[in-house]
Ligand binder design. Structure first.
Ligand SMILES: C[S@@+](CC[C@H](N)C(=O)[O-])C[C@H]1O[C@@H](n2cnc3c(N)ncnc32)[C@H](O)[C@@H]1O
Length: 235
């Protein structure tokens, strides 16, 4: 990520905490910029952490939520959170914890998809994401719909963080093959099966052919993500 690299090229980040690290895919991106950094990844999901450890044996992976980080104050030079903000039951509490464990003058990096100003192929991604988040919520799992870009920046500022730079991160549009379309449809159908007993089941079922049609018509593109680099103010 070129802009991330540019921002940090004259800064020292010896330690970085990745919150909601999942299988560690954002750590792979961060490693392109932070080559000599010691990473720690936390996530409440044990299975994802096992994958992250396989992918990054050098990273310390710990089972934890963002709302209660089990580290002393000012432990890390930087902290990051990627694609996990919309999974948090309490965004402000997590940002406050990230601020607490980052040294004054250190940085917080937020990478999060947003819901506004998307093209039709990105709207397809958004509708799939909303389908998944609705299923999760019906199962009692915290999974919010996508925030707008302004809402993401607002949450960062509300936490008392000073935004240094915010830029968009776009992936290319892809034309899915008939097999890929069938695979995505299968995934949605599988998800739907998890809420068979809920009254929302029948309405949700109607969405699958609509999403399939949009996928055929527009293709697929990840919703744009905003990357925010903010600093933890010194007292
Ligand atoms: C979509 S994944 C993102 C994974 C990775 N950071 C990435 O960019 O690909 C969201 C992650 O947030 C985690 N998560 C859910 N609730 C959380 C919480 N309260 N605190 C921290 N992470 C949480 C999930 O377990 C999941 O691994």
């Amino acid at each position: 990520m070129e802009q991330l690299h540019q921002f940090f090229q004259d800064k020292t980040v010896s330690t970085l905490l990745d919150v909601g690290t999942g299988t560690g895919s954002f750590i792979s991106v961060l490693k392109e910029t932070f080559s000599d950094t010691k990473f720690t990844g936390i996530d409440p999901d044990k299975t994802s952490l096992e994958e992250a450890t396989k992918m990054h044996p050098d990273v310390q992976c710990m089972k934890m939520t963002g709302e209660k980080l089990d580290f002393p104050d000012s432990t890390f030079d930087a902290a990051s959170i990627s694609m996990a903000m919309h999974h948090l039951p309490d965004v402000q509490q997590t940002f406050n914890e990230m601020k607490r464990v980052v040294k004054p003058g250190g940085w917080i990096i937020v990478n999060e998809l947003f819901s506004d100003n998307l093209n039709p192929a990105q709207e397809v991604h958004k509708s799939m994401h909303h389908f998944r988040s609705t299923v999760d919520r019906l199962k009692g799992v915290c999974h919010k719909e996508t925030f707008t870009r302004a809402e993401i920046l607002e949450q960062v500022e509300k936490a008392g963080l000073e935004i240094c730079v915010a830029f968009n991160n776009e992936k290319d549009r892809v034309e899915p093959t008939p097999e890929e379309i069938a695979e995505r449809k299968e995934k949605l159908t599988e998800m739907l099966g998890q809420i068979e007993d809920k009254p929302e089941y029948h309405d949700m079922k109607k969405q699958i052919p609509e999403i399939e049609k949009a996928l055929k018509q527009h293709g697929f593109q990840m919703a744009t993500r905003v990357v925010v680099i903010a600093t933890v103010k010194k007292d």
